[in-house]
Design a binder for this molecule. Structure first.
Ligand code: SAM
Length: 254
């Protein structure tokens, strides 16, 4: 996969791209990531990327010209242009999984009061939001999107098993998974807190069962709506039925 990011703050990416998964994935050729300074696509002395909003109002709006030029320069037939915006489709694990098959992503990071609407209309194939809150710019959102997508690319993680166990993916690649079971490492006793005995038992069948039940219970308590789309076995359903009798969930906000 190739990812081109367009931003007015390209140096915000230097450190995050130099550590951990993203660094390794770039070094091993799993992904090729380039960051482009939007000001490089301006033609005035001040390298202007923003202007006052038509109709008045606070703040500045990103001009369409530099963004159209930048994407024209980078676009290929297989490219998908993503505009990051709090108004976009919610970026979830399922969307990340969908994006794994893309060959080329061009990611546009907004700033100020946002981006001239003609970018959304003509340049972007899709607008994505990383959550229902407003950031000052798209850079942090671009990093979140890249981390989530790149770790799903073949060869990015040491073991593809960890992907299957992850929260929201555990039940398979179609999304709609459960939250992950609790994890423990050494020491077996820490400040009076013991690791659940079953994890020390060496009985793999018991461990599998315990983990599945923990994942079900966590999901039921924390994100019950996920259970509506998670693939469940008859044993899972029976376990959940028992829980329903034993656990009262807090009322959900609509
Ligand atoms: N006035 C805009 C609105 O209400 O939709 C918000 C502009 S925001 C201050 C500036 C930029 O940050 C946006 O253009 C977008 O690129 C990015 N951004 C902010 N929140 C985001 C979110 N939840 N997901 C993705 N990008 C976001």
């Amino acid at each position: 996969m190739r990812i081109d990011i367009i931003s007015i703050f390209p140096y915000m990416f230097t450190s995050p791209l130099s550590y951990g998964l993203l660094k390794r994935a770039r070094e091993t050729g799993v992904v090729n990531i380039s960051v482009h300074d939007l000001r490089g696509f301006t033609h005035d002395k001040h390298r202007t990327v923003d202007d006052y909003p038509f109709g008045g109002g606070p703040g500045m709006v990103m001009k369409p010209g530099p963004i159209f030029e930048a994407t024209d320069a980078l676009r290929r037939p297989e490219s998908q242009v993503v505009l990051l915006s709090p108004q976009g489709r919610l970026f979830t694990q399922t969307v990340a999984q969908e994006m794994v098959s893309r060959e080329h992503l061009i990611v546009l990071c907004g700033r100020y009061e946002g981006v001239d609407e003609r970018v959304a209309l003509q340049v972007a194939d899709e607008e994505l939001s990383i959550g229902d809150y407003v950031l000052s710019g798209g850079e942090v959102a671009a990093l979140a999107l890249m981390e989530a997508v790149v770790r799903l690319l073949p060869g990015a993680l040491g073991s593809s098993l960890s992907l299957q166990e992850d929260s929201l993916s555990g039940a398979g690649w179609g999304g709609g998974g459960l939250l992950e079971y609790p994890q423990y490492t050494r020491p077996a006793e820490f400040r009076g807190l013991d690791v659940p005995g079953v994890l020390l038992s060496g009985d793999h069948a018991q461990v599998r069962r315990w983990r599945r039940e923990q994942a079900l219970e966590r999901t039921y308590r924390r994100r019950p709506e996920l259970l509506e789309s998670a693939p469940l076995t008859p044993d899972d359903r029976q376990f959940l039925k028992k829980l329903e009798g034993a656990v009262t969930l807090p009322a959900r906000e609509e």
